[in-house]
Write a protein that binds this ligand. Sequence first.
Ligand code: 5AD
Ligand code: SF4
Length: 433
Amino acid sequence: MNVADSERAATRLRSAGYELTDSSEGADVLIFNTCSVREKAERKVFQRINHVRRERAGKQPLIGIMGCVAQLEGRAVFDSSPPVRFVIGTGATDRIPELLERVEDGEERVSDLGIRQETEVWDVSPVERHSKHIAFVPVIEGCNKFCTYCIVPYSRGRERSRTAAEIVTEVRHLSDLGYKEVQLIGQNVNSYRPKAVDGLEKFSGATPFSKLLRAVASTGIPRIKFTTSFPRDFHPDIVGAIEENENLCNWIHLPVQTGSNRVLRAMRRGHQIEDYWKHVETIKNARRRISLTSDIIVGFPCETAEDFADTLGLVERCRFDGLYIFKYSERKGTPAARLTDSVSASEKASRFITLERLQTSVQEGIYNSYVGSEVTVLVEGASARASVDMTGHTACNKVVNFRGTSGLVGRLVRVRVTEAKPHSLYGEFLGAM
Ligand code: 5AD
Ligand code: SF4
């Protein structure tokens, strides 16, 4: 989501006449796009600002921050980090040029924490996209769920869905430009609920989101991925839509956060493990093999050794294709911050390692099962190791490396898997599609 916001900010700035540069050296203006989901990310931005200022020998740049930290801290940033001249909240991304102009006109400190206006258009220039082959397309912004540990509902505000007509038009345009993959993004994509159903009437589907999936599939773009899905709002028809449309990728990211019902309640996730398990069964029993990935937080304030054992049990049972594990990080202003943090730092670290080990062994089995099979890969570039090794992702979102030439970048190719590591596959090139 932050990458997508940076792309939008860059689009606005360039059309207002600014030139963009990849390096901070020599830049007249520096804008930091910030994340506040965990404390470490939040701390990093202020360290980076100080670092840049120390490195710069000559004229200091104008410094601004955007994103979640900007929204949450607001004008307090001016006191805690005096070099910052402008603060752009999460709803003000489209207004960056006007705000910057005020700073350049001499206004000492400028901030905008207002919401995004519905009249503001959501266009992103292809020049600013992070890839020439894969594009992020936000479908819903914000979050209404208020999980007790999470800062996002405060930093990103309430859920607002873009209209289906706007989304489908954007995907068609991307397809015409030669993009091979779109990733529909949002804090909770399956909570998609536009004000009007324009553009969705002729598509079947049990929920607005499964209708949207079918509408986007009808554009014919080769690949559509979507993330993140929220368990409580997960409807089996999402699996139905994937089964019906080859271009809806066979990968679902469905964060469970914990394997304990007691902790789920304390997190106010609004569902129980039994409900989650039903979704897992639907996904695993699909006609196409669908990859399932998840997020888990270890060391939530009331998490006992027994609760953690339940998490290990769930991970063993679900056999996730991938898992992001996080140590609980207290976020000021959230309900969980009022609970006593009962799990020591060392215990959190030890639970993290135990869970990571278990997941690695599960993943080894899953990745090994691909050896000998053929997969389709969207080639994204040369691998970090060697320029003759190309790398890309399968539709089920696994990294695949293979011997090939840079002429294949941006193409969909067939690869036979010859070797597996816990986080990536290796194979031989069979041919372009
Ligand atoms: N501490 C640790 N992890 C968190 N996440 C969200 N808030 C916190 C927090 N306070 C994790 C959740 C979420 C992912 C994006 O970040 O697992 O799914
Ligand atoms: Fe945070 Fe929960 Fe919303 Fe996800 S669903 S963004 S974890 S509040």
